[in-house]
Design a protein around this ligand. Structure first.
Ligand SMILES: Cc1cc2nc3c(=O)[nH]c(=O)nc-3n(C[C@H](O)[C@H](O)[C@H](O)COP(=O)(O)OP(=O)(O)OC[C@H]3O[C@@H](n4cnc5c(N)ncnc54)[C@H](O)[C@@H]3O)c2cc1C
Ligand SMILES: COc1ccc2c(c1)CN(c1nc(C(=O)N(C)c3cc(Cl)c(F)cc3C(=O)O)c(Cl)s1)C2
Length: 474
């Protein structure tokens, strides 16, 4: 019997990117939705120029936005990046396309994205939003939630609590405390921190760098990345070990470091801007959170960073959280909004993929920190793109499967593991052929030097070595 969705009362706790989008998905199903956000309404806050934060939106995130009719609205406010632009220490810039033709990653403004999602959620008559409401307690048996609002407690009892309260989720924290749940949890902070800087428009109010690119300064231990904004600035994120941030005490230290590491960025950032910004804010941490299960009974489920926070070295955190909304909605379809069945099914289906993406992002962090400077970054991507051109259905680069397909994340890894095996075989056979080739070349050169043929040379050397042994023995 088709379930009457409108009787279902759902509380989405956390009005960030994933919560606001999921409120749209739940409302579209006909549920009565209340969206609670602990902060004030970002749409009422003043826009501070030069403080915009942007994100890379790729296929998974776009599909999720399309699912609630918001893809075009977001895309029209984004800037397509068709390639990476690798900045070398000597100022050389090399493009590496993301794919053939117009394949691109969209640079979108985080705040704009959140505002559009909140506006869209509020357009549904069955959605109500509450700001300055912080979840402090949940009862996973009754569905009761306690919020702190203006210093007093506000309560709700709902059919489903959806935790979209981010990497430091209080709902996940309470799930951990339920002994009956046997909740598995692991988190890892990496030794790097990140700091967001800003490359302003040029003096004649133009973009200061090439526009439709994801700019990267890969320097092994350090890295910088810049994505374009609609206001012609670039949000520039520097990734560096915390102890390195802490070792830069003075403006001289800072300028020396940038001169040694990112020289071409100094005129772009502006020396005074750089000095002011760098010492005005502290570097922020990056954490990976993996956990299981994502639900408790039929009353609570967590999505987005609350369920799987990842380091940003694939630009997939939000895309993954947005894809959670598609998967969760598909599970509700499959089980006809029966939460007792849909929630466990969601955990079993999504957990392997979210964990795989957390591991991939961490793997890429380790890779890039250890061995990726401009040349190696270029080499790897060129090799990937060449094989993909030669054998398009046979060789799908890992970043393509992650950012340009909806291949399940755990299958992206399986696909890559197989490619690594192929690469190893190719690598060894190239090494073997090179060794044989160099040896042959050596023989030919030596034979020519002794004015003979390689075979006669081998015969001569065998005779000489037999004579030598006979002399020793006599
Ligand atoms: C440097 C950096 C770069 C990144 N770049 C990219 C990128 O290019 N592409 C990409 O896809 N991802 C990127 N990410 C990841 C992305 O930012 C996150 O994955 C995404 O914001 C997660 O969304 P969320 O809604 O799950 O959590 P959040 O965005 O953290 O939202 C959680 C919301 O819940 C609210 N909240 C918290 N606690 C409570 C409570 N107790 N009660 C009520 N509300 C609460 C918070 O105020 C917040 O509004 C990046 C992350 C970092 C750090
Ligand atoms: C706002 O802050 C941030 C911070 C990090 C990122 C983004 C935005 C967007 N990011 C994307 N990463 C990929 C990717 O697949 N890989 C392997 C890459 C990984 C790194 Cl670390 C990199 F520098 C380039 C690529 C690349 O291929 O261009 C995309 Cl595709 S988009 C990383």
């Amino acid at each position: 019997m088709a379930d009457d969705a409108s009787r279902k009362h759902v509380a989405v706790c956390g009005g960030g990117l994933v919560g606001a989008l999921n409120a749209c998905y739940m409302a579209k199903r006909g549920f009565t939705v209340e969206l609670f956000e602990m902060r004030s309404d970002i749409r009422t806050q003043e826009v501070v120029r030069g403080r915009s934060i942007n994100l890379a939106l790729s296929v998974r995130g776009r599909e999720a936005l399309k699912g609630v009719g918001l893809e075009d609205k977001i895309i029209e406010k984004g800037i397509p990046m068709y390639a990476r632009l690798i900045h070398d220490k000597d100022g050389t810039r090399r493009p590496i396309p993301y794919g053939k033709g117009k394949q691109n990653i969209m640079s979108v403004d985080r705040r704009l994205l959140n505002e559009v999602l909140l506006d869209a959620a509020e357009k549904y008559p069955n959605v109500k939003t509450y700001f300055n409401h912080k979840v402090v307690k949940c009862n996973f048996d009754t569905g009761e939630i306690v919020f702190l609002h203006d210093g007093r407690e506000v309560k709700r009892t709902v059919d489903l609590i959806i935790g979209t309260d981010g990497a430091y989720s209080s709902i996940r924290l309470q799930m951990m405390k339920q002994p009956s749940v046997r909740f598995n949890y692991q988190q890892e902070y990496i030794p790097h921190g990140y700091m967001e800087l800003n490359i302003p428009p040029s003096d004649d109010d133009q973009f200061a760098m090439e526009i439709n690119y994801l700019h990267i300064w890969p320097r092994n231990e350090f890295m910088m990345i810049a994505l374009p904004n609609l206001d012609k600035s670039y949000t520039t994120t520097i990734f560096m070990p915390f102890d390195m941030f802490e070792s830069i005490h003075t403006e001289e230290d800072l300028m020396q470091f940038f001169t040694d590491t990112f020289p071409d960025s100094i005129p772009l950032l502006g020396e005074d801007n750089l000095k002011k910004a760098f010492f005005a804010i502290k570097a922020l941490p990056m954490v990976t959170v993996k956990c299981y299960p994502y639900h408790v009974g039929s009353k609570v489920v967590i999505l987005g960073d609350a369920a799987h926070a990842m380091v940003p070295f694939y630009g997939q955190g939000m895309n993954c959280g947005f894809e959670d909304c598609i998967v969760f909605s598909e599970m509700l379809d499959e089980y006809n909004n029966d939460f007792a069945k849909a929630l466990p099914a969601y955990t079993e289906y999504r957990n392997p993929d979210a964990k795989a993406m957390c591991d991939l992002a961490m793997y890429n962090y380790v890779e890039m920190r250890a061995s990726v400077n401009s040349y190696l970054f270029l080499l790897r991507k060129y090799f990937d793109n060449l094989l993909n051109r030669l054998f398009p259905s046979f060789w799908v680069p890992l970043y393509t499967s992650v950012a340009f397909s909806r291949m399940r994340y755990h299958q992206c890894i399986a696909n890559r593991a197989w490619q690594d095996k192929v690469l190893t075989v190719i690598g060894w056979s190239v090494a073997g052929m090179t060794t044989v080739g160099v040896t042959m070349l050596g023989w030919f050169r030596l034979a020519a030097y002794r004015d003979t043929t390689p075979l006669q040379l081998i015969a001569q050397l065998c005779t000489e070595s037999v004579n030598t042994v006979e002399e020793w023995l006599s």
